[in-house]
Design a binder for this molecule. Structure first.
Ligand SMILES: CSC[C@@H](O)[C@@H](O)C(=O)COP(=O)(O)O
Length: 346
């Protein structure tokens, strides 16, 4: 990507403001963890792996802010910051995974002098970001094998460089296939209500000259019926131990349609998206976002003031609708419980 999702500077975090894309390339500077939490909840930055890496940087900024306090006081304050960051968006498990990883490092190094501890935390935040890029490249290396030459692939929401630190998960698989000179055509759904497909995936595809067509979600069914889509690849915000997958609202509908038309349906996600503590997707908390996202498009009101709105940001695709889960450790086939257990990091 020409534009970097995030850059951790010495005492601030610079984020590409994804709310403004594709019209404007502007940056948002978070000077403390509160501004990081706000950037996550307002979706300046979004996408499960990206908000994980950003949340980790938020812990470093909190430790920096409280460095003059006594060790015990500082630890309590950073702990509170961790809770605030984790609550910024509840469904994507990568956020709490990364924040908890930072807190474990903090706990383990709490006896170091303050400057040394800050360096350790800064390094850990940078490692989480760097690992994300390497993980995505690995997902691409395994994943491109599910996209044949001369084929068309459907993807939903944005799972690209913008949803991660770089490269992307599902869109990374597509990117890798294109870079291998496969003749592919991408169908990207617009992704109501936040239009991540129209604004962000289309932006990334155009930037890389990957042949693509933007469609509304309702066009998926006739395209599948007409045999115009060979494979579906989406990302994930949280995968339960049995393979049930939370992803952007609309994913479940697409998975049902793919099954109906015998089109393979893949999920591409890093291991950090697997929540081994949950037995099934029923236990995944679905974030509900504001009514404003639904009644307005591009700042213009399109629905009456008084209409009741329900705006779930994600839905659950049951494991039985999923052909395979593409991870940095390989492609897992059903039954997912045992396959996911095999890649568990103890
Ligand atoms: C690699 S990103 C995977 C998911 O986070 C992605 O598919 C998605 O649902 C993003 O939702 P968003 O609400 O834009 O954060």
């Amino acid at each position: 990507m020409k534009h970097q999702t995030m850059e951790l500077k010495k005492d601030e975090l610079v984020l590409l403001d994804q709310r403004k894309l594709p019209g404007k390339v502007e940056y948002y500077t978070a000077e403390d963890f509160r501004e990081v939490a706000e950037a996550i909840s307002k979706m300046v930055v979004r996408g499960a792996p990206a908000i994980g890496a950003v949340g980790a940087a938020g812990i470093y900024l909190a430790a920096l802010e409280y460095r003059k306090m006594s060790a015990q006081e500082a630890f309590q304050q950073v702990n509170k910051a961790a809770e605030i960051l984790k609550e910024a968006r509840p469904t994507a498990v990568n956020l709490s995974w990364a924040v908890d990883r930072m807190m474990r490092v903090l706990q383990k190094n709490k006896n170091k002098n303050r400057e040394a501890l800050l360096r350790v935390l800064e390094n850990e935040a940078r490692n989480i970001a760097q690992e994300d890029v390497e993980t995505n490249r690995q997902i691409g290396l395994y994943g491109h094998t599910v996209i044949s030459d001369n084929s068309s692939v459907l993807t939903h929401c944005n799972t690209g460089a913008l949803a991660t630190v770089d490269f992307g998960t599902a869109l990374g698989v597509i990117r890798e296939s294109f870079r291998r000179n496969k003749n592919i055509h991408v169908y990207a759904t617009e992704t109501r209500p936040r239009l991540q497909g129209a604004r962000l995936t289309a932006f990334e595809l155009v930037e890389e000259n990957i042949p693509a067509t933007l469609i509304v979600e309702s066009a998926v069914a006739p395209k599948l019926r007409a045999g115009e889509i060979d494979v579906v690849i989406v990302g994930a915000d949280r995968i339960a131990a049995n393979g049930d997958t939370a992803n952007k609202i609309g994913t479940y509908m697409i998975s049902e349609l793919a099954q109906l038309h015998s089109v393979p349906f893949y999920v591409a996600a890093p291991r950090s998206t697997v929540d081994y503590s949950l037995n099934s997707g029923q236990e995944i908390e679905i974030e509900r976002r504001s009514r404003e996202e639904v009644v307005n498009i591009g700042g213009s009101r399109i629905a009456p003031e008084d209409i009741t709105v329900d705006n779930p940001a994600f839905d659950i695709t049951p494991a039985e609708n999923i052909t395979g889960i593409i991870t940095e450790h390989g492609i897992i086939s059903p039954p997912f419980k045992s396959g996911l257990d095999e890649i568990k990091d103890d």
